[in-house]
Ligand binder design. Sequence first.
Ligand code: BGC
Length: 344
Amino acid sequence: MLVFGPARAVAVLSVTVVLSPPARCGLSRLPHISNSAAHWLHPANMFDSCNAKSFYHSKALTSPYPRSRVERAHVPADKVDWLTEWKDYRPVEYTAVSILSGPQWADPQVSDKTFSPKFNERDGEVERTSWNGLYVVENGRPRNPAGRTGLTGRGLLGRWGPNHAADPVVTRWKRDRSGNKVAHPVTGKNILQFVAIKRRDCGEWAIPGGMVDPGEKISATLKREFGEEALNSLQKSPEEKAELEKQLQRLFSQEHFVVYRGYVDDPRNTDNAWMETEAVNYHDESGETMDNLPLEAGDDAGMVKWVDISEKLKLYANHSYFIKLVTEKWGAHWSEEPGPECPE
Ligand code: BGC
């Protein structure tokens, strides 16, 4: 497996090829994700293309909280960091009824005497380690490594601490009718397309990812979610499923690249529960593999389509950041504006 971008340090054991850093700022300037807690002293900084320490999560600060009327306590930008003392911080406590009712995929409340989670470890089948290193546990509750969110409890998230997802970024080149790659008229760079779904829960376009089931390998989640959401595999007959599985296997066993591993700036995040993901790029260079896999929305996806990639895309959580990293990897078009020059 090839690894690039901020994922390099975490993925070190699976690296077979490390790409040379680009000349301009971008991937090479992004901080490596390390296993040290100190990484989190400047949380969420992996989103800043020049590694400036000014960026904190923003979608995780928005109100109302998804699927509710709950308003988060306001957290000014300079108070997001836990290291900034804030004695008067009064976050709102909220865990959705759907979580409190105890579905099998969710943790109990921390006050539940029968619940003794092993935070920062793999806890039986449940992965409670963070891609970003050790997180703090305070009064039995994990603390969001990217900072304050104005809301305690779990909101809509099932797990205390990290809630792990996986995002398959399936790409191909945009081609004209004669099969030639299409270049962007301004940058002259070829245009990439990726498979996007429209999420049913919030109506935003996104990568067809999903949650890693307990004990499931991430590689299996990536393939399963793509099949369910972008190919409607759950509604297929056993014969169709078998054929789909064969084609999917072809795509997912090709060389692929870990684009990103870590914290996601998701609107469902709270002070005690947050989303993390591993985003992996499967690139269909000739486009032939995907020609045999007709897109059909299923499961959590309302729609599915190939989308031209550019900076203009507005996507769920920080999915456009993952997509940007993919364009950097392939030297594809992203922005009409040149990237920032970063200070040494
Ligand atoms: C989605 C993933 C996303 C993750 C974090 C999950 O619900 O399926 O695509 O990356 O949340 O936002």
